[in-house]
Ligand binder design. Sequence first.
Ligand SMILES: [Zn+2]
Length: 71
Amino acid sequence: MITVKASQKIFTCEEVTNLTGICAGHLQNLAKRHRLGLISRTGTLENHAEQWLFTSQDLKVLAILFQPCTH
Ligand SMILES: [Zn+2]
């Protein structure tokens, strides 16, 4: 069971991996396949970074559908 602060609406990839036990690699695969989360792009064209962000609703769905990684 995952408990989060009600005030928190957006979670980073790192926070979601901590909360769900799903590793970052699997998390991104699952997010793409199930159209969960959103990608925030920051930086310049030459030096850009992608940051995966998840809403509390996405987090609930992930926690219900998927087990923590065991590898
Ligand atoms: Zn994994």
